[in-house]
Design a protein around this ligand. Sequence first.
Ligand SMILES: [Cu+2]
Length: 119
Amino acid sequence: MNKSFIQSSSLVFSVAVFLVLGISGVAQAAVQTIRAEVNGMVCAFCAQGIEKKMRSLTQTREVYVDLRHKVVAVELKEGQVLSTDTVRDLIKDAGYDVTRIEIVPETAQQIRAAVRGRK
Ligand SMILES: [Cu+2]
């Protein structure tokens, strides 16, 4: 191997690393989901009611509600903004108690998979 080959291959490697990091960075930034833990959902109608309410928001792309694990996940459309306070108030107004709420860089599907894996 001559010197210029080593230099050019390390350059190719650097560019590849840059592209991979860059692409995954963009993909992560694009996904925003408001994940809430909610007390007071006791039956399928409670869960359905919250799901319907969250789906009716224009910012919403996908919703996942898990009755057993008390999780509500509201995935936002790309570029849309929705505050945790707004979601908290909507859930509270419907008669439920939000014990924790945060914005996470996961899709509703990923949260669903994680919650179901928990048992
Ligand atoms: Cu109910």
